[in-house]
Design a protein around this ligand. Structure first.
Ligand code: MOS
Length: 762
């Protein structure tokens, strides 16, 4: 969508939009707040338990919802007995396809600028079942316990139909697509180049499905007031959710109000799923406010995760180790109702220089819960295959894996031919290798043993693209006391959005931190901003930059002829010391308070919109990282313990080193889970997810996580707003391969089926 919109914008206004945008003036200036480790502005609220989450909002007369889920993958509901449930204590409503209001189909995410639904199946509109776990009934009751009990009394029978629940039974196999682009790239004859290469590796890597497990399960509290719908939601997309709910219920966008001030983790999953839609429908039927809080099982049943992948990587190299062929092909399932398959070839498109490429994602339809976005969709598992294969090639060549990567570093984007906006991955590798102590690695596997523990080191490249979606907008309201409020429809999922943008706005406006407030998490605020694709910071930052320009214009107009600034244009002044100052003449200054007082204004409010994201049309833009891992594998039990992890990142300017370090570490911890533990156990006989709880689905806990050190180049990207590329997703990329490569160095074993559980090391 972003690509299409950009192409359109260029056609409409040739020459009007500068290639690559314009460099941020703040890049050339001394900074006050940017780059300092400011603690989270929402921290005290969180610590005191005073930050309200969506399913904690209490509304007068509220009832509680519970969902019943299908237990077959495909077919029809034949009988649905709700009598006992309706007669149970406290029950207010039992809603099924028989009495649910008629709804429009949910617009699928990416099918339009603001479409948000993770799945576009009709929501309780007919007797069809499309996946094992689809909601078939919703109970409303006076308490959660009554709703849960009544739900257990519902009796259903089905007419089952043959379902595709494993790849061999799947149909409709074809080349997949991501954001409208086919997941396929061919340069030269890679198969012939591979056959002719003096050095080559070829292997199949498998990653399992993964389920989303944010600390806060999905939830919403909502109420109808007349024909207006008010939703307190846990979401990464307030504006998108409002628009999409309006479509589903046949309302104007302005009739849906979505508020989401705090989100307990998103990772791509906190979008619009059936629970919000069903709760809104039931609230309308019952005439009562509704709270719906999914159980952990509920999240597994209706919220998509990451699909399994089977990836074949083949690399050919000449005698010196230069790549002559990169082949990355494989298969992953998708559904007929969700927006994307797992696009695992994405990282391979710009990782290394090579003479030939053959990349392709085959996709086949399964009857299962949606595939959805999950932290670095594509890159998280794509780098597992590519970066393990690079390690295998280095071993065959007798080269250091770092040097093999440096040797094959591309000068420009190998597929698109675009120059890189900034790429300092070699610097990241050099700094990381030195700090980690890479030179102590013995390249001979199984050569270091401490008691029962085999010790090894591995590395891998992390990479995630820079994105900025259209729709960034923000409002600045400056008052006579010199306080600025930034209004933006952004999201705080724990990553530090409010904090970072307080710093950015304070620097941009020449104000102290305590004179800036960022208001966010509400669909009534300006902007259509997704907290996804690691792009929220760039999107908000540029919108604030544009609003600041408007503010300067407005203030100069208000200042008038009696001001020391009289006659100056916007490009002759800067915001500093809570006022405007002539750039090369510090004596010509007037404070904001003085300008507003003299013009008789209590406040001035301006809005700015970010220009189309043209930068990615002109530059290949990515964040990078060099990941280093040390593992200890028990020679007797096969148990793997990650003893050290080091991430050396190159993501442009780092706006807040404290929140950024947490983002990097969080991504790496998720990557450790991907490497060693996480696995959705999908019953291929019936399409049911078996381990739908945190005791059977294993995630890293504190004792599984070693000391994680992170550093960064902090080299500003001249083509990214504020010089900053994204940091939210990159930490999970490269991590899985760094762990696997370290395990190989420790044990001599190449495990290509993830997660690397101890049974695979015995
Ligand atoms: Mo991220 S998977 O774009 O929330």
């Amino acid at each position: 969508i972003a690509q299409t919109a950009m192409k359109k914008a260029v056609e409409l206004a040739p020459g009007a939009l500068l290639p690559g945008g314009r460099p941020d003036p703040l890049l050339r200036r001394r900074h006050g707040h940017i780059g300092t480790p400011v603690s989270r502005v929402d921290g005290p609220l969180k610590v005191r338990g005073a930050a309200p989450f969506a399913a904690e909002i209490a509304l007068d007369g509220m009832v509680y919802a519970a969902l019943a889920y299908s237990t077959i993958a495909k077919g029809r509901i034949v009988t649905l007995d709700t009598g006992a449930a309706e007669a149970a204590p406290g029950v207010v409503l039992v809603m099924t396809h028989r009495n649910a209001p008629r709804l429009n189909p949910p617009p699928r995410f990416l099918s339009g600028d603001k479409a948000a639904a993770g799945d576009d199946s009709p929501v309780m509109q007919d007797d069809r079942v499309r996946w094992n776990g689809e909601p078939i009934a919703l109970v409303l009751a006076e308490t959660q316990e009554q709703a849960d009990h009544a739900r257990s009394l519902i009796r259903v029978t089905y007419a089952e139909e043959p379902a595709a629940t494993s790849l061999p039974t799947a149909d409709g196999c074809e080349v997949g697509a991501f954001m409208g682009e086919p997941l396929r790239a061919v340069v030269g004859d890679a198969d012939a180049a591979l056959a002719a290469a003096p050095h080559k590796v070829e292997a199949v890597y498998r990653t399992p499905g993964h389920n989303h497990n944010a600390l806060e399960p999905h939830g919403a509290t909502l109420v109808w007031r007349g024909d207006d719908l008010f939703v307190h939601d846990a979401t990464q997309a307030v504006a998108h959710t409002a628009w999409t709910m309006a479509r589903i219920f046949g309302l104007e966008e302005s009739q849906v109000h979505v508020s989401s001030p705090f989100v307990g983790g998103g990772f791509g999953a906190k979008g619009l799923w059936q629970h919000q839609i069903l709760a809104a429908a039931a609230a309308r039927l019952a005439g009562r406010p509704v709270r719906i809080a999914l159980s952990r099982e509920g999240v597994y049943r209706i919220v998509g995760g990451r699909s399994p992948t089977e990836q074949r990587v083949a690399l050919g190299a000449d005698a010196d180790g230069r790549l002559t062929a990169i082949i990355h092909r494989g298969v992953t399932p998708k559904t007929r109702h969700s927006p994307m398959p797992e696009p695992f070839i994405l990282p391979t498109q710009s990782a290394y220089s090579a003479q030939t490429f053959a990349l392709e994602v085959q996709t086949c339809y399964l009857d299962m819960v949606a595939n959805t976005f999950m932290r670095a969709p594509g890159e998280a598992v794509g780098t597992v295959a590519l970066e393990c294969a690079m390690d295998e090639l280095a071993e065959q060549l007798g080269m250091d894996p770092v040097e093999l990567r440096v040797l094959n570093e591309p000068e420009k984007d190998p597929l698109s031919g675009r120059p890189f906006s900034a790429r300092n991955i070699v610097a990241a590798y050099r700094a990381g290798a030195q700090r980690f102590g890479w030179e102590r690695r013995n390249p001979v596997p199984r050569s270091r043993r401490e008691g029962d523990w085999l010790v090894g080191m591995g590395c891998a490249t992390a990479t995630y693209p820079y994105h900025r979606m259209p729709g960034g907008a923000a409002r600045i309201t400056l008052d006579a006391a010199g306080h600025a409020r930034i209004d933006v429809a952004a999201h705080e999922m724990g990553m530090g959005t409010a904090t970072t943008h307080t710093q950015v706005a304070a620097d941009r406006l020449g104000l102290p931190l305590d004179a800036v407030t960022v208001r966010y998490g509400d669909s009534s605020l300006p902007g259509v901003i997704l907290a996804g694709g690691s792009q929220q910071t760039a999107s908000v930052g540029l919108a604030v930059m544009m609003a600041q320009k408007e503010l300067v214009d407005e203030l100069l107009t208000l200042a008038g002829n009696d001001s020391p600034l009289a006659g100056l244009g916007a490009d002759e002044v800067e915001c500093a010391d809570a006022g405007l100052r002539k750039l090369d003449e510090p004596g010509r200054f007037e404070s904001y308070a003085s300008i507003l007082a003299r013009s008789g204004r209590n406040e001035v409010a301006v809005e700015g919109s970010a220009p189309m994201p043209l930068e990615t049309m002109h530059w290949s833009m990515h964040s990078y990282g060099a990941m280093f891992c040390e593992v200890r594998v028990n020679a007797i039990t096969g148990e793997t313990r990650v003893s050290r992890f080091f991430g050396s990142f190159d993501c442009g300017r780092i706006l807040n080193p404290k929140t950024a370090a947490s983002q990097f570490r969080g991504g790496i911890i998720m990557g450790l889970g991907l490497a060693l533990m996480e696995e959705t156990q999908f019953d291929q006989r019936n399409g049911r997810i078996m381990n739908r709880n945190l005791s059977d689905y294993h995630l890293p806990v504190h004792l599984d996580v070693p000391e994680i050190e992170v550093i960064w180049t902090d080299i500003p990207d001249p083509h990214a707003p504020m010089g900053a590329r994204g940091i939210g997703e990159i930490g999970i990329t490269g991590t899985g391969a760094a762990v696997a490569n370290a395990i190989h160095n420790a044990t001599g074993r190449r495990v290509r089926e993830f997660p690397i559980t101890l049974d695979k090391l015995l």
